[in-house]
Design a protein around this ligand. Structure first.
Ligand SMILES: C[S@@+](CC[C@H](N)C(=O)[O-])C[C@H]1O[C@@H](n2cnc3c(N)ncnc32)[C@H](O)[C@@H]1O
Length: 280
């Protein structure tokens, strides 16, 4: 990376992580549409490693984060909301992960749910290389555009997790993408999709509505503040009452030994949450 860009990046890193951080690598990721970097930093005395990107307007986005002392555990609340899909699925033998990032979800599942066969799809070979080198991911990764992969896919999965972001925001998916995702679910399977920073990106609600239009009522999970990420779960098994979702998700955490604290007070709703104004 050129020196002036590196200097600018350092300023952003100090703003995001404070002075007590170490930049391990920064590079351009062609498919990602921005620079990506790996940085070690501290939060409340714990050491974290993050895969981050510099978005438009110079904002730093953590794409994935790993607690170095506990690499198998999820760091971001939204990841636990996505993992709730395993609690709502009738079987947990196979899962499709669209979007590798720093591999938080695949580390988590490989360690705590080892009997589940993972298929991982990631568009950017640079991200795959960084994740192998810095985030301890050794699993096979299919390097492909998730959109094309889903158009060709004929396999069925018990759980499908969709977390597709790059330097521009949510991936630009084609018209048939959501139908293909639903079609890839085994009977009784469950899908989860991450809507990042949803209050600021109003167009995501259109995708959410399309995903809700295939006859399977969705359930939304969000932090109580409604800030940051919203997760849409689409269970396709026999009707799950809204009031049971939290308990099923917590049972799953208990079963595999995962943290379930963020599920205690999160919002559980059948409706896409309305936030009065962006920038609450
Ligand atoms: C937020 S990160 C995923 C984090 C991941 N869930 C984890 O557990 O660490 C988003 C990832 O989606 C990937 N991505 C974006 N668009 C994609 C596409 N069209 N097909 C496949 N991967 C894509 C990005 O390169 C990035 O690695």
């Amino acid at each position: 990376m050129a020196v002036p860009r590196l200097r600018r990046l350092r300023r952003h890193l100090i703003r995001q992580y404070g002075r007590d951080h170490a930049l391990l690598v920064a590079c351009d990721a062609p498919h990602f549409g921005s620079s990506v970097f790996v940085v070690d930093h501290r939060v409340a005395g714990r050491q974290f490693r993050s895969l981050a990107s510099l978005g438009r307007h110079g904002r730093t986005y953590d794409q994935s984060s790993m607690d170095i002392g506990r690499p198998a555990y999820l760091v971001f609340p939204y990841e636990s909301f996505m993992a709730a899909a395993f609690g709502l699925a009738s079987s947990r033998r196979s899962a499709l992960l669209l979007g590798l990032g720093g591999g938080a979800m695949c580390r988590h599942l490989a360690a705590l749910l080892p009997g589940c066969a993972l298929t991982i799809v990631e568009i950017d070979p640079v991200v795959v290389g960084l994740t192998r080198r810095y985030f301890g991911v050794a699993q096979r990764v299919v390097v492909a555009d998730a959109d094309g992969f889903m158009a060709r896919n004929r396999r069925k999965y018990d759980v499908v997790l969709i977390d597709l972001y790059d330097g521009r925001g949510f991936a630009d998916v084609a018209a048939g993408f959501w139908r293909n995702c639903i079609a890839s679910l085994a009977p009784g399977g469950c899908l989860a999709v991450n809507w990042a920073d949803f209050a600021r990106h109003r167009h995501l609600e259109r995708y959410a509505a399309e995903l809700a239009s295939f006859g399977f009522p969705p359930v939304f999970l969000a932090p109580p503040s409604l800030a940051d990420n919203l997760v849409q779960l689409v269970p396709t098994g026999p009707g799950t009452a809204e009031s049971d979702v939290r308990a099923l998700a917590k049972d799953f955490c208990r079963e595999i030994g995962a943290n379930s604290e963020v599920l205690n007070d999160c919002l559980v709703s059948r409706d896409y949450p309305r936030v009065a104004a962006a920038g609450w």
